[in-house]
Design a protein around this ligand. Structure first.
Ligand SMILES: Nc1ncnc2c1ncn2[C@@H]1O[C@H](COP(=O)(O)OP(=O)(O)OP(=O)(O)O)[C@@H](O)[C@H]1O
Ligand SMILES: [Zn+2]
Length: 573
């Protein structure tokens, strides 16, 4: 048994996430954590909402709520959806927690102690009427390139050009609309990443070898371009305050840390939140304060988050000179697109997680997303592919097998698993095949290759169908009841095995399949190769029930309705 720490990139607080966010971070982390738990490992899966920064302040303003209240509401809304998706976090925290504030401040103090933080003066826009410095996104004006009159100080949304606040024509404050702005000197904290560059390089050299190419190549690219010193404070109200004991002047001016400084630290913060809920049993430091390598730490994220996790966050931790646990394996994803274009939160393009759950149960989405996860390349969500996958794999291959076998057996042999003959050559062959496929499935799960794992899982389900076609119990029963009973008992054992090993992908359906059998003390966590060969975990005489149809097929009419409601297909056509 090993100890596994798992984290997924923190979903930002400003709105409900789409299916891209789901497959690029939380869902694969959940599938992996569930698998590891089933294999008997000690697993801690931590995630949280990322709550600081300008977009949160602006979204709260738009919603007409104080930012703290806005974040509290959004956190609950996101949490409810993740529960609906069956995400079994050990803890889902908040980056605005007292624990994260405390740890972020402590890490900053330590970085300062070892000479990796410096105060520097920069020139920044100050609003006389708002009596505050304005971060780039708080300044709006006319874009000098395209004339768009709501361009932000950091970027023009219309022509996408990157801007400097001083480029804007008729610049004004996004808070008050006042154009009484001036450029003033102000001090900010800088993290001296340039001084840590060699160390980070050596660390990536040593640990990045094991990562998938997507992660290691992005890390390499950033290191080759050179690590720049970065401002890690901002003039915002909402954020982790700069600690007054170390930087009294900046604290008095109300500076807070930049969101990308405190967000990854929240992996630690949320672990402490978890620990503080039951301090007698839980010890957050045993996961993060590592004198040895007793914990294996795996992070999940999409490619845009890779630089922060492979270079900047490690630099932050290395600079504290403390034994903070650093990532062992970075599982990075490409983009899931919607009909070839981007999912977009601001334009509400694509399928969002709340709408998805209104349409269909979580397992449909979980299986589809993992089977088509953007692992080696970007992939596209289309309703057509979704329907084809659900209908073929879930409804025809798995669901139909389960219902066919159980209903037929009940009709012919009643409510208990029939005994029938001793297993023969076909059962021996089937057992070998199942054991082989199971080994394949395990190997792909161990190496976090989720598309391949989904393929192996589908092959396991198919093997049952082939066996059933070959034995044809509906024919056997006409001439040899005992032979038909053996076939059905074997098939029912397959259903039980599917219930156990499909759980990481489709936990709710797995539960339904497993609970069809009234097995005393059915606590089988996983299936050994011997058990896979023997296929006898469910003995003759076990009572069973026939569950309702596991997966409904998506019809042409459903498809039309989805396409009409969500759009997108016509743009791509
Ligand atoms: N289309 C996508 N496919 C896969 N992963 C994605 C996609 N879009 C975002 N992600 C990932 O989702 C995770 C959570 O992201 P976050 O909440 O910060 O939203 P985001 O990156 O701002 O996305 P968006 O801009 O689409 O709202 C991050 O790891 C991010 O890389
Ligand atoms: Zn523009």
């Amino acid at each position: 048994m090993a100890r596994h720490l798992v984290t997924s990139a923190l979903p930002y607080i400003n709105g409900i996430k789409h299916l891209g966010n789901m497959v690029g971070s939380m869902l694969p982390a959940d599938v992996y954590s569930r698998y590891l738990r089933q294999r008997g490992h000690d697993v801690l899966y931590i995630c949280a909402t990322d709550e600081h920064g300008t977009p949160a302040e602006l979204a709260a303003k738009e919603a007409g709520l104080p930012v703290a209240e806005f974040c509290a509401q959004q956190h609950e809304a996101q949490k409810a959806i993740y529960d609906g998706f069956g995400l079994a976090f050990d803890y889902f925290g908040r980056s605005s927690s007292a624990q994260n504030i405390e740890i972020t401040q402590e890490i900053a103090r330590e970085l300062n102690r070892y000479g990796f933080i410096e105060e520097r003066s920069i020139r920044q826009v100050y609003s006389l009427d708002d009596e505050r410095f304005l971060p780039d996104r708080y300044i709006v004006g006319t874009c000098p390139h395209c004339g768009y009159d709501k361009a932000r100080g950091d970027q023009c949304e219309n022509c996408t050009r990157v801007l400097d606040p001083t480029d804007l024509i008729d610049a004004r404050s996004a808070i008050s609309g006042s154009s009484a702005l001036e450029v003033r000197e102000t001090k900010h904290l800088f993290l001296l990443q340039s001084k840590l560059a060699d160390e980070v390089d050596a660390w990536v050299e040593q640990h990045g070898k094991e990562w998938p190419t997507l992660a290691s190549s992005i890390a390499r690219k950033w290191l080759t371009e050179g690590l720049q010193d970065r401002a890690i404070t901002r003039d915002l109200e909402w954020g982790v305050p700069v600690p007054g004991d170390t930087w009294p002047e900046l604290a008095a001016e109300g500076k807070v840390f930049y969101v990308w400084f405190d967000a990854p630290i929240e992996y630690i913060g949320a672990t402490k939140e978890w620990s503080d809920r039951a301090p007698a049993e839980r010890d957050w430091k045993s996961w993060w304060w590592q004198a040895d390598d007793s914990v294996r730490y795996t992070e999940f994220m999409a490619k845009d988050n890779v630089p922060f996790h492979t270079v900047m966050f490690p630099a932050t931790l290395l600079g504290t000179r403390a034994p903070w646990k650093k990532v062992d394996y970075v599982k990075a994803f490409n983009w899931l697109n919607y009909y070839g274009g981007k999912f977009s939160t601001s334009q509400r393009r694509g399928v969002f997680t709340d709408a998805a759950l209104e349409l269909l149960p979580a397992d449909y989405w979980r299986y589809f997303l993992m089977a088509h996860a953007p692992e080696s390349d970007d992939t596209s969500f289309t309703w057509e592919l979704f329907a084809a996958t659900v209908n073929k794999d879930l409804a025809d291959t798995l669901g139909n097998f389960v219902n066919r076998v159980l209903s037929f057996s009940r009709k012919r042999f009643g409510d208990e698993v029939p005994a029938g003959k001793e297993a023969g050559e076909p059962e021996r062959k089937l057992g070998e095949e199942i054991a082989g496929l199971l080994a394949e499935y395990e190997e792909h799960m161990e190496t976090l290759q989720f598309r391949k794992a989904a393929q192996a899982l589908r092959a396991l389900w198919s093997a049952g169908n082939s066996y059933l076609e070959e034995k044809a119990p509906w024919l056997e029963i006409k001439t040899d009841q005992e032979a038909a009973a053996l076939t059905l008992r074997t098939a029912m054992n397959l259903i039980h095995l599917y219930a156990v090993v499909s759980e990481p992908f489709i936990p709710a359906s797995a539960r339904t399949m497993r609970s069809a059998f009234a097995l005393d003390g059915d606590d089988a966590q996983w299936v050994t190769p011997e058990e896979a060969r023997a296929l006898n975990a469910v003995p003759a005489g076990t009572s069973f029930t026939v569950p309702p149809v596991l997966f409904a097929k998506i019809t042409e009419e459903d498809l039309d309705a989805y396409r009409a409601r969500f759009g997108g297909a016509e743009e791509a056509a």
